[in-house]
Design a protein around this ligand. Structure first.
Ligand code: UDP
Ligand code: MG
Length: 316
């Protein structure tokens, strides 16, 4: 097999402090893979400036002048890491055999790319970078992240545990990904849906090499909630379940209320009030749940996702 052309896609938002460290480091990673005959010398970096307000774009420009393997694109405003990644992938898809997405801050292990490409070369279409440990994260971040992974699992979203957005995708995988036209983009949820052959590569996640995190707690929380609500309408179904459970409980309550009424030890008005509160409560929840079921259908329809992904053909 000919050595593949690899594009490294790097989302950058206000990363002026980081790029002088990470661009040279990524370039030398490319060099060493070229030396090992693992990738083609035309392999390159695609830096996606997500509407930075600092000198990030100037830096990308400066490196581009020095080395034409540094390419870039620039958003007119900040659209978030997921869109920066998508724009990068869609722009490299016709000019590479596979792309690796990696954060600009080098928290992900540059050395792990070597192993990713090795797996790609034996035919794996998607290689997920999975963190070995979370020692470099704060106690808070580690535990909230774990909590959200399990919540997402329980709500039926198939994500790869402890994998963020450090992954290799073959050109074919990126082409399939481009069929997903949704606005609430959560790549970690979509990529496993492609159903292609995949493997993982473990690495130790380090501290940010410079600058500060672009995700505040509020933004992190918003991202996680988006992740769940973009993939699962199960929370809607829960309303219906609770409504039905309440209706069952209502039957028990009715019996209890009648027994008390017969026993004559009730204040006037209590019986009718109790009966209506319970019955109406469950009726309201069930109705909400039914409306929700339809909204759930609309939710799936408006996404306009591909209805199936064809993995292989055997037709001629
Ligand atoms: N990023 C981006 N747009 C944003 C926020 C972040 O492109 O709106 C990029 C950022 O430049 C970095 C990556 O996404 O390359 C991960 O961000 P960060 O390191 O701040 O997140 P953390 O590692 O703290 O979760
Ligand atoms: Mg980071």
């Amino acid at each position: 097999m000919k050595a593949p052309v690899i594009a490294i896609v790097v989302p950058c938002y206000n990363e002026e402090q980081v790029l002088p460290v990470s661009i040279p480091s990524l370039l030398s990673a490319l060099d060493s893979m070229v030396t090992d005959n693992l990738i083609a010398p035309e392999s390159y970096l695609m830096c996606c400036d997500d509407g930075s307000k600092d000198s990030t774009w100037n830096q990308i420009n400066r490196y581009h002048q020095m080395d034409s393997r540094v390419k870039g694109l620039r958003f007119s405003n900040n659209r978030g890491q997921q869109f920066a990644l998508l724009a990068g992938l869609l722009n490299v898809v016709d000019h590479c055999d596979a792309a690796i997405t990696i954060d600009a801050d080098l928290q992900d292990d540059v050395g792990a790319m070597h192993r990713m490409v090795e797996k790609f070369r034996i035919g794996t279409e998607i290689v997920y970078g999975v963190r070995h440990g979370r020692e470099s994260d704060s106690w808070f971040k580690r535990n909230t992240a774990r909590g959200f992974y399990s919540l997402q699992r329980n709500l039926g979203l198939e994500t790869v545990y402890d994998h963020a957005d450090f992954r290799l995708m073959s050109r074919n995988a990126i082409k399939l990904l481009s069929q997903y036209g949704e606005q609430n983009l959560f790549l970690r949820g979509i990529v496993p849906l492609l159903g292609l052959t995949s493997d993982t590569v473990e690495y130790d996640r380090k501290e940010r090499c410079a600058g500060s995190s672009k995700y505040s707690i509020r933004r992190m929380l918003g991202f996680s909630i988006d992740g769940i609500t973009s993939f699962s309408s199960r929370p809607i179904r829960m309303i219906l379940t609770v409504g039905v459970l309440l209706l069952l409980l209502d039957i028990a309550m009715t019996i209890y209320v009648f027994i008390s009424y017969m026993g004559n030890n009730v204040i006037p008005g209590w019986t009718s009030l109790m009966l209506s509160v319970w019955f109406l409560g469950s009726l309201i929840l069930i109705s909400l749940g039914i409306v929700g079921e339809y909204i759930g259908k609309i939710f799936v329809e408006v996404k306009n996702r591909p209805r199936y992904i064809i993995k292989e053909y055997l037709i001629d």
